[in-house]
Design a protein around this ligand. Structure first.
Ligand SMILES: Nc1ncnc2c1ncn2[C@@H]1O[C@H](COP(=O)(O)OP(=O)(O)O)[C@@H](O)[C@H]1O
Ligand SMILES: [Mg+2]
Length: 235
Protein backbone atom coordinates (compact mmCIF):
# COMPACT_ATOMS: atom_id res chain seq x y z
CA UNK A 1 0.00 0.00 0.00
CA UNK A 2 1.42 3.32 -1.09
CA UNK A 3 0.18 6.48 0.62
CA UNK A 4 0.79 8.40 -2.62
CA UNK A 5 0.68 7.29 -6.25
CA UNK A 6 1.00 9.63 -9.20
CA UNK A 7 0.40 8.38 -12.73
CA UNK A 8 1.29 10.41 -15.81
CA UNK A 9 0.70 13.68 -14.04
CA UNK A 10 1.04 16.90 -16.01
CA UNK A 11 0.80 20.49 -14.78
CA UNK A 12 1.39 23.64 -16.82
CA UNK A 13 1.04 27.20 -15.57
CA UNK A 14 -0.14 29.87 -17.97
CA UNK A 15 1.56 33.23 -17.54
CA UNK A 16 -0.02 35.74 -19.92
CA UNK A 17 0.58 34.11 -23.31
CA UNK A 18 3.39 31.85 -22.07
CA UNK A 19 3.00 28.25 -21.00
CA UNK A 20 5.27 27.21 -18.14
CA UNK A 21 5.41 23.40 -17.89
CA UNK A 22 5.90 22.80 -14.16
CA UNK A 23 5.46 19.00 -14.08
CA UNK A 24 5.85 16.66 -17.06
CA UNK A 25 4.75 13.01 -17.06
CA UNK A 26 5.30 12.36 -13.36
CA UNK A 27 5.04 8.72 -12.28
CA UNK A 28 5.79 8.21 -8.61
CA UNK A 29 5.00 5.87 -5.73
CA UNK A 30 5.75 7.01 -2.21
CA UNK A 31 6.28 4.27 0.35
CA UNK A 32 4.46 4.09 3.66
CA UNK A 33 6.25 4.98 6.90
CA UNK A 34 9.19 6.45 5.05
CA UNK A 35 11.02 9.73 4.98
CA UNK A 36 10.91 10.78 1.31
CA UNK A 37 12.75 13.84 0.00
CA UNK A 38 11.92 15.62 -3.24
CA UNK A 39 15.23 17.12 -4.28
CA UNK A 40 15.84 19.66 -6.99
CA UNK A 41 17.02 23.20 -7.68
CA UNK A 42 14.78 26.24 -7.37
CA UNK A 43 12.12 26.23 -10.08
CA UNK A 44 12.32 22.48 -10.71
CA UNK A 45 8.71 21.83 -9.62
CA UNK A 46 9.03 20.73 -5.98
CA UNK A 47 6.32 23.00 -4.59
CA UNK A 48 4.00 22.22 -7.48
CA UNK A 49 4.43 18.49 -6.83
CA UNK A 50 3.78 18.84 -3.09
CA UNK A 51 0.74 21.02 -3.78
CA UNK A 52 -0.73 18.30 -5.98
CA UNK A 53 -0.07 15.59 -3.39
CA UNK A 54 -1.45 17.90 -0.68
CA UNK A 55 -4.63 18.57 -2.69
CA UNK A 56 -3.89 22.30 -2.62
CA UNK A 57 -3.76 22.38 -6.40
CA UNK A 58 -4.97 20.14 -9.22
CA UNK A 59 -3.13 18.39 -12.02
CA UNK A 60 -4.10 19.17 -15.63
CA UNK A 61 -4.13 15.45 -16.37
CA UNK A 62 -3.09 12.12 -14.89
CA UNK A 63 -4.04 10.38 -11.67
CA UNK A 64 -3.29 11.48 -8.13
CA UNK A 65 -4.07 8.82 -5.53
CA UNK A 66 -3.55 9.78 -1.89
CA UNK A 67 -4.41 7.44 0.99
CA UNK A 68 -6.27 5.20 -1.47
CA UNK A 69 -8.48 8.04 -2.71
CA UNK A 70 -8.43 9.21 -6.32
CA UNK A 71 -8.24 12.85 -5.32
CA UNK A 72 -8.20 14.12 -8.93
CA UNK A 73 -11.86 13.06 -9.15
CA UNK A 74 -13.01 14.77 -5.92
CA UNK A 75 -14.95 18.05 -5.62
CA UNK A 76 -13.35 21.09 -3.95
CA UNK A 77 -15.47 20.60 -0.81
CA UNK A 78 -14.65 16.93 -0.55
CA UNK A 79 -10.98 17.79 -1.05
CA UNK A 80 -10.84 20.27 1.80
CA UNK A 81 -12.43 17.72 4.15
CA UNK A 82 -10.00 15.10 2.92
CA UNK A 83 -7.06 17.43 3.53
CA UNK A 84 -8.18 18.23 7.07
CA UNK A 85 -8.69 14.56 7.94
CA UNK A 86 -5.74 12.86 6.31
CA UNK A 87 -2.89 15.32 5.73
CA UNK A 88 -0.53 17.45 7.81
CA UNK A 89 1.45 20.39 6.44
CA UNK A 90 4.72 22.03 7.46
CA UNK A 91 5.83 25.18 5.64
CA UNK A 92 9.08 27.04 5.07
CA UNK A 93 7.74 30.16 6.82
CA UNK A 94 5.96 28.18 9.57
CA UNK A 95 2.49 29.67 8.81
CA UNK A 96 1.44 29.85 12.46
CA UNK A 97 -1.48 32.04 13.48
CA UNK A 98 0.23 35.01 15.17
CA UNK A 99 -2.58 35.81 17.63
CA UNK A 100 -2.77 32.27 18.96
CA UNK A 101 -0.48 30.76 21.60
CA UNK A 102 1.63 27.68 20.97
CA UNK A 103 -1.07 25.57 22.64
CA UNK A 104 -3.85 27.15 20.58
CA UNK A 105 -1.97 26.78 17.29
CA UNK A 106 -1.60 23.04 17.87
CA UNK A 107 -5.21 22.74 19.06
CA UNK A 108 -6.65 24.60 16.07
CA UNK A 109 -6.84 21.68 13.57
CA UNK A 110 -8.48 19.59 16.31
CA UNK A 111 -11.20 22.20 16.79
CA UNK A 112 -11.79 22.17 13.01
CA UNK A 113 -11.98 18.36 13.16
CA UNK A 114 -14.57 18.63 15.99
CA UNK A 115 -12.48 16.65 18.46
CA UNK A 116 -13.83 16.82 22.03
CA UNK A 117 -12.25 19.24 24.53
CA UNK A 118 -10.77 16.49 26.71
CA UNK A 119 -9.25 14.67 23.78
CA UNK A 120 -7.89 17.95 22.38
CA UNK A 121 -6.14 18.69 25.63
CA UNK A 122 -4.66 15.20 25.84
CA UNK A 123 -3.31 15.37 22.30
CA UNK A 124 -1.95 18.91 22.49
CA UNK A 125 -0.10 18.27 25.76
CA UNK A 126 1.32 15.01 24.41
CA UNK A 127 2.56 16.72 21.24
CA UNK A 128 4.01 19.76 23.01
CA UNK A 129 5.91 17.39 25.24
CA UNK A 130 7.12 15.34 22.24
CA UNK A 131 8.47 18.43 20.42
CA UNK A 132 10.05 19.88 23.59
CA UNK A 133 7.75 22.90 23.96
CA UNK A 134 5.77 22.03 27.10
CA UNK A 135 7.16 25.18 28.76
CA UNK A 136 6.24 27.43 25.83
CA UNK A 137 2.53 26.58 25.68
CA UNK A 138 1.38 30.12 26.48
CA UNK A 139 3.81 31.97 24.18
CA UNK A 140 2.73 33.41 20.87
CA UNK A 141 4.81 32.77 17.72
CA UNK A 142 6.35 36.26 17.95
CA UNK A 143 7.92 35.26 21.27
CA UNK A 144 9.54 32.14 19.83
CA UNK A 145 12.72 31.49 17.82
CA UNK A 146 12.51 30.13 14.26
CA UNK A 147 13.38 26.64 15.44
CA UNK A 148 10.71 26.78 18.15
CA UNK A 149 8.14 28.00 15.64
CA UNK A 150 8.91 25.08 13.37
CA UNK A 151 8.48 22.75 16.37
CA UNK A 152 5.01 24.22 16.90
CA UNK A 153 4.29 23.64 13.21
CA UNK A 154 5.43 20.01 13.49
CA UNK A 155 3.16 19.45 16.49
CA UNK A 156 0.28 21.12 14.64
CA UNK A 157 0.85 18.98 11.53
CA UNK A 158 0.60 15.81 13.64
CA UNK A 159 -2.36 16.89 15.81
CA UNK A 160 -5.03 15.07 13.82
CA UNK A 161 -2.77 11.96 13.59
CA UNK A 162 -2.52 12.08 9.79
CA UNK A 163 -0.84 9.22 7.94
CA UNK A 164 0.92 11.64 5.59
CA UNK A 165 2.77 14.86 6.39
CA UNK A 166 4.01 17.19 3.65
CA UNK A 167 6.79 19.69 4.29
CA UNK A 168 7.88 22.26 1.71
CA UNK A 169 11.51 23.24 2.41
CA UNK A 170 10.98 23.08 6.19
CA UNK A 171 14.57 24.07 7.03
CA UNK A 172 15.05 26.80 4.43
CA UNK A 173 14.53 29.64 6.93
CA UNK A 174 16.63 28.11 9.71
CA UNK A 175 20.36 28.16 10.39
CA UNK A 176 22.06 24.82 9.70
CA UNK A 177 22.28 23.73 13.35
CA UNK A 178 18.63 24.47 14.01
CA UNK A 179 17.71 22.85 10.69
CA UNK A 180 19.54 19.71 11.74
CA UNK A 181 17.63 19.58 15.03
CA UNK A 182 14.33 20.06 13.21
CA UNK A 183 15.14 17.22 10.78
CA UNK A 184 16.06 14.97 13.71
CA UNK A 185 12.78 15.83 15.41
CA UNK A 186 10.76 15.09 12.27
CA UNK A 187 12.63 11.82 11.89
CA UNK A 188 11.83 10.88 15.49
CA UNK A 189 8.16 11.78 15.12
CA UNK A 190 7.95 9.90 11.82
CA UNK A 191 9.31 6.73 13.41
CA UNK A 192 7.37 6.95 16.65
CA UNK A 193 4.04 7.76 15.07
CA UNK A 194 4.26 5.63 11.93
CA UNK A 195 3.70 8.55 9.59
CA UNK A 196 4.93 9.01 6.03
CA UNK A 197 6.81 12.28 5.58
CA UNK A 198 7.39 13.87 2.19
CA UNK A 199 9.74 16.86 2.06
CA UNK A 200 11.02 19.13 -0.60
CA UNK A 201 14.53 20.32 -0.06
CA UNK A 202 17.88 21.02 -1.63
CA UNK A 203 19.50 20.76 1.78
CA UNK A 204 22.07 17.89 1.91
CA UNK A 205 21.29 17.40 5.64
CA UNK A 206 17.72 16.51 4.76
CA UNK A 207 18.80 14.18 1.95
CA UNK A 208 21.22 12.36 4.24
CA UNK A 209 18.30 11.40 6.49
CA UNK A 210 16.02 10.24 3.68
CA UNK A 211 14.82 6.69 3.07
CA UNK A 212 13.96 7.63 -0.49
CA UNK A 213 15.11 10.58 -2.58
CA UNK A 214 13.25 11.70 -5.70
CA UNK A 215 15.41 13.89 -7.94
CA UNK A 216 13.48 16.37 -10.04
CA UNK A 217 14.78 18.72 -12.77
CA UNK A 218 12.73 20.99 -15.02
CA UNK A 219 9.50 19.31 -13.93
CA UNK A 220 10.65 15.76 -14.63
CA UNK A 221 11.75 12.99 -12.28
CA UNK A 222 15.29 12.12 -13.34
CA UNK A 223 16.12 9.54 -10.66
CA UNK A 224 14.71 7.87 -7.55
CA UNK A 225 17.08 6.46 -4.93
CA UNK A 226 15.59 4.10 -2.37
CA UNK A 227 17.62 3.04 0.66
CA UNK A 228 18.30 -0.67 0.37
CA UNK A 229 17.81 -1.56 4.03
CA UNK A 230 14.25 -0.36 3.90
CA UNK A 231 13.39 -1.97 0.57
CA UNK A 232 11.10 -4.89 1.14
CA UNK A 233 10.79 -4.05 4.83
CA UNK A 234 7.98 -1.62 4.23
CA UNK A 235 5.35 -1.83 1.55
N1 LIG B 1 1.52 30.30 -9.87
C1 LIG B 1 2.42 30.16 -10.86
N2 LIG B 1 2.24 30.79 -12.05
C2 LIG B 1 3.12 30.63 -13.04
N3 LIG B 1 4.22 29.87 -12.98
C3 LIG B 1 4.47 29.23 -11.81
C4 LIG B 1 3.58 29.35 -10.70
N4 LIG B 1 4.08 28.60 -9.68
C5 LIG B 1 5.22 28.05 -10.15
N5 LIG B 1 5.47 28.43 -11.42
C6 LIG B 1 6.59 27.99 -12.27
O1 LIG B 1 6.59 26.57 -12.29
C7 LIG B 1 7.92 26.06 -12.18
C8 LIG B 1 8.05 25.18 -10.94
O2 LIG B 1 7.88 26.00 -9.79
P1 LIG B 1 7.91 25.43 -8.29
O3 LIG B 1 7.02 24.24 -8.23
O4 LIG B 1 7.58 26.56 -7.39
O5 LIG B 1 9.43 24.98 -8.14
P2 LIG B 1 10.33 24.80 -6.83
O6 LIG B 1 9.42 24.64 -5.65
O7 LIG B 1 11.16 23.59 -7.12
O8 LIG B 1 11.18 26.02 -6.72
C9 LIG B 1 8.85 27.27 -12.20
O9 LIG B 1 9.23 27.52 -13.52
C10 LIG B 1 7.95 28.37 -11.68
O10 LIG B 1 8.38 29.61 -12.17
MG1 LIG C 1 9.31 25.66 -3.85
Amino acid sequence: MYPVQLKQVMKTYHLDAIDVPALVDINLQIRANCFTVISGPSGSGKTTLLNLIGCIDRADSGEVIVADQAVHTMSDNALSDFRAQHLGFIFQNFNLLPVLSTYENVEYPLILAKVSANERKRRVLDLLDAVGLADRAENRPGQLSGGQRQRVAIARALATAPKLVLADEPTANLDSQTGEAIIALMRKMQRERQVSFVFSSHDPQVQAEADDTVFIRDGRIINIERQAEKLGAVV
